[in-house]
Design a protein around this ligand. Structure first.
Ligand code: NAP
Length: 313
């Protein structure tokens, strides 16, 4: 194939795990190539402000942090390509990765394809996505200036994003299916003290209503069974994530939920194939943990290649 490229380290995904792996592999002079996937910088790039990545006492923009990661990796020779892997063949080394632009033959592969937001799977959700229903406050918050917004979820994401939307919206109502929240105490306190924030507990959204745009939501109290509705211009859904592992199915070992299984060296069940960040981490999902996993994967890939070279030289 004319557009075939041979690479020592191919990294799929450009979030914190992918770009940290690129930095380490580049510094080992392995000239890694990063295929960005859909979103340069990964989910972190969609986060307005990251306050818990060490070294930035005032916080740092998610997109800005991604750009810094990228620049640092490129300074040492990493190449970042705006390309998307569609198919992989992990049956023999070098591994084959088919993309929008051609085909790669990779001696080692680092999978950092991350995760996507889960959907509520209620009537109206798909039809009204982009017309009031959203999964990204940084992307869409601005459209809800002086409007009423509902946020669904009880974890850190829901609280963080709800607080962000208060910059624009006239009110933000957080709807959660239980009495207790998973979100950390600092975020909970900030939200509870915020004058624009309201809470509806023990309640689920059963339908998003509207023709051209979202106008209201149908609700159900899970304790009493009572049904009601709430008028709203926006519905932001932050109820967790599902891993982007479809193209690796049947080729590497995965959990029931589709997370790629790795050992403490980020090795998958296939020799020379590593996974790092949210694709392999249903537990922590932090920029710092993902970056750490990416660095570990690149160090291990470097050792793997050095051992092979020593045997064959
Ligand atoms: P999460 O912690 O898994 O929380 C998901 C929330 O959505 C839970 O409250 C869950 O309710 C609710 N939920 C799930 N399915 C639902 C459904 N079908 N209908 C209604 N509600 C539903 O997810 P996350 O908030 O995205 O956070 C993921 C990880 O990233 C966590 O480890 C979190 O700490 C981390 N994170 C950290 C930060 C930060 O440190 N600043 C920011 C964002 C995320 P239940 O509680 O009833 O299960």
């Amino acid at each position: 194939m004319s557009n075939e490229k041979n690479v020592k380290v191919l990294i799929l995904g450009s979030g914190p795990a992918g770009l940290a792996a690129a930095l380490y592999a580049a510094r080992a002079e392995l000239e890694p190539i990063v295929l960005t996937g859909m979103q340069l910088g990964g989910q972190a790039a969609l986060t307005h402000t990251i306050e818990n990545y060490p070294g930035f006492p005032e916080g740092v923009g998610g997109a800005q942090l991604g750009e810094l990661f990228q620049k640092q990796a490129e300074n040492f020779g990493a190449k970042v390509e705006f390309d998307m892997a569609n198919e992989v063949d992990l049956s023999q080394r070098p591994y084959t990765v088919r993309t929008d632009s051609g085909e790669y033959k990779a001696e080692t592969l680092i999978i950092t394809t991350g995760a996507n937001p889960l959907h509520l799977e209620i009537p109206g959700e798909v039809e009204l996505t982009g017309r009031g229903v959203s999964y990204c406050a940084t992307c869409d918050g601005w459209f809800f200036k002086d409007k009423k917004v509902v946020v669904v979820g009880g974890g850190d994401s829901a609280f963080e994003e709800a607080l962000f939307i208060t910059r624009y919206a006239s009110s933000v109502t957080l709807i959660h299916r239980r009495e207790e929240f998973r979100a950390g105490a600092i975020l909970q306190n900030r939200a509870k003290e915020h004058p624009k924030m309201n809470f509806i507990l023990n309640t689920v959204v059963t339908e998003a209503v509207g023709t051209d745009k979202l106008t209201s939501l149908k609700l159900k109290n899970v304790q009493t069974g009572e049904e009601s509705s709430i008028e709203t211009d926006g519905l932001f859904i932050f109820i967790g994530h599902s891993p982007n592992s479809q193209i690796f199915k049947g080729q590497v070992e995965m959990s029931d939920l589709g997370y790629i299984l790795v050992n403490d060296k980020m090795e998958t069940s296939v020799e020379g194939v590593y996974a790092a960040g949210e694709i392999a981490d249903p537990h922590f999902r932090q920029v710092i943990t993902s970056a750490g996993m990416g660095a570990a994967a690149a160090i291990q890939a470097t050792r793997f290649l050095e051992e092979r070279e020593a045997v064959h030289s």
